[in-house]
Design a protein around this ligand. Structure first.
Ligand code: UGB
Length: 433
């Protein structure tokens, strides 16, 4: 009650202070002193938040937790490792910067490029969206193959500059992204940070490079969103995304158009369809179904309205890798330099799917057979958090232009995945989180 009175006594406009008594003047001085004090406190807080630790706002504190913001660049030893990793060993080899190299697709693409004699340098921020120890294990695998992964973020322009100062990459395979359709509701800013800001930062850097590299990057089947007409053709509408993840990938395609149009960057987007396989992502259904079936935990299998089938055009990692390499090999040079366009440049987008959708319940049946364990199935209505009911790629364009021809069916691919899973987690005694 008394504090209410106090609030009521404060004049509503500053002008009214002038007509008040000396007591009020004293109060005014006191208020100004207080105001000055709190302003300093406030400014101090702003300084701490924005200048010393840019990630301490609630939205981005999660980002800083999830990514290692210290870059590993430093000195001649660092440069030597990069140069060794970037060394081209075949006659027509290319030099490629692979972003997201410690990720699932990034690891496989990097090792395939290295195997055929290309120069490869990886870049990854090793965030903890999923178990970072799996990313470290992939890093060890790549190190054994002669691929060095620089630890840093695609938003770090100083790091990009240092990398391009050491190696004149003629290609960038941009796979660093915030993946996962359902997680987008939990941590939307991470999608903006990686898939929008990160992409723009990378393209800004590439457009200014001299020579500009050609860029191949990961889009997603999710851009087809709520489309019901199947199979999906590249020319189908992509303006009804069902998740923020899909929306950021769709935005990426539009951003790619802009950088191609204004700066002459050669850009190829690849719409991956639910990629699976050894060294895969633990946040994906086939992966955590395997873990939970082995643990005897029940798994939720989504179904559409009226018990409608939910299906995916699951695509095996080796097929995806061939598509990625085909895209790099057919990528034309960018036409600009130093931020100036000199002529039209290549702009492409391809579906990389398997052309053979499989119901999620069939995926579980295959896993049961391979694991020799019966799953505890719980049927659940498809949640409204980004999942779409059906995906199915038409791949004739990729077939014609990239020579892309998937050869692994789900049964064969899952067999390879399960063999890897058992050796990594069970024989290797790693804990599956
Ligand atoms: O193609 C893509 O561009 C995307 O592929 C992947 O997304 P999705 O196709 O949704 O894969 P994933 O989550 O493994 O669910 C597989 C199926 O299991 C169903 N599903 C899922 C979870 C569950 O508990 N139960 C279930 O039935 C679910 O409804 C779905 O039908 C990548 O994660 C994404 O990053 C992006 O790359």
């Amino acid at each position: 009650m008394s504090s209410m009175k106090h609030i009521d006594n404060i004049p509503s406009t500053p002008g009214k202070f002038k007509e008040k008594s000396s007591y009020n003047r004293l109060r005014l001085h006191f208020s100004i002193a207080k105001l000055t004090f709190w302003s300093f406190v406030f400014l101090g807080l702003i300084f701490v938040c924005f200048f010393r630790s840019p990630s301490s706002s609630p939205a981005s504190s999660d980002l800083s937790r999830r990514s290692l913001r210290t870059s590993s660049y430093d000195g001649p030893a660092w440069e030597k490792r990069i140069k060794a990793s970037a060394k081209i060993r075949s006659r027509n080899g290319i030099s490629v910067l692979v972003t997201g190299a410690a990720g699932f697709v990034g690891t496989h693409v990097s090792s395939a490029l290295k195997r055929r004699g290309d120069g490869v340098v990886g870049l990854d921020n090793f965030n903890d969206y999923y178990d970072p120890s799996l990313k470290r294990a992939r890093q060890t695998l790549l190190e054994g193959a002669g691929v060095y992964i620089v630890e840093g973020d695609i938003n770090d322009v100083t790091l990009l500059k240092k990398l391009f100062d050491v190696v004149q990459f003629n290609h960038v395979m941009h796979l660093a992204a915030q993946a996962g359709v359902r997680y987008a509701m939990e941590n939307p800013s991470s999608y903006v940070h990686s898939n929008i800001a990160g992409l723009v930062n990378l393209l800004e850097f590439c457009k200014n490079a001299n020579p500009q590299p050609s860029i191949v990057w990961a889009s997603s089947s999710s851009v087809y969103g709520l489309n019901t007409k199947v199979p999906f053709f590249e020319s189908d509408r992509t303006d009804q995304p069902a998740s923020l993840y899909a929306a950021t990938k769709k935005a990426g395609e539009e951003i790619a158009h802009t950088y191609n149009h204004i700066y002459g960057l050669s850009l190829t987007g690849l719409r991956f369809f639910t990629v699976y396989g050894p060294w895969g992502r633990p946040d994906m259904a086939y992966f955590f179904f395997t873990r939970d079936i082995l643990k005897g935990k029940s798994i939720s299998i989504f179904e559409g309205a009226n018990h409608g089938t939910v299906a995916r055009d699951f695509t095996y990692i080796d097929d995806i890798v061939k598509g990625c390499l085909g895209a790099l090999d057919t990528a034309e040079k960018s036409t600009g330099s130093g931020g100036k366009k000199k002529g039209p440049a290549q702009l492409r987008v391809f579906n990389l799917g398997n052309t053979s959708p499989v119901p999620v319940s069939d995926l579980v049946t295959i896993l049961e057979r391979l694991l020799k364990v019966k799953a505890k199935r719980a049927l659940m209505k498809l949640p409204r958090n980004g999942d779409v009911q059906f995906t199915h790629a038409n791949i004739s364009f990729a077939q014609r232009e990239l020579g892309y021809k998937p050869t692994t069916d789900l049964q064969t691919g899952l067999k390879k995945f399960v063999r890897w899973y058992l050796s990594y987690y069970v024989d290797g005694k790693k804990s599956a989180q």
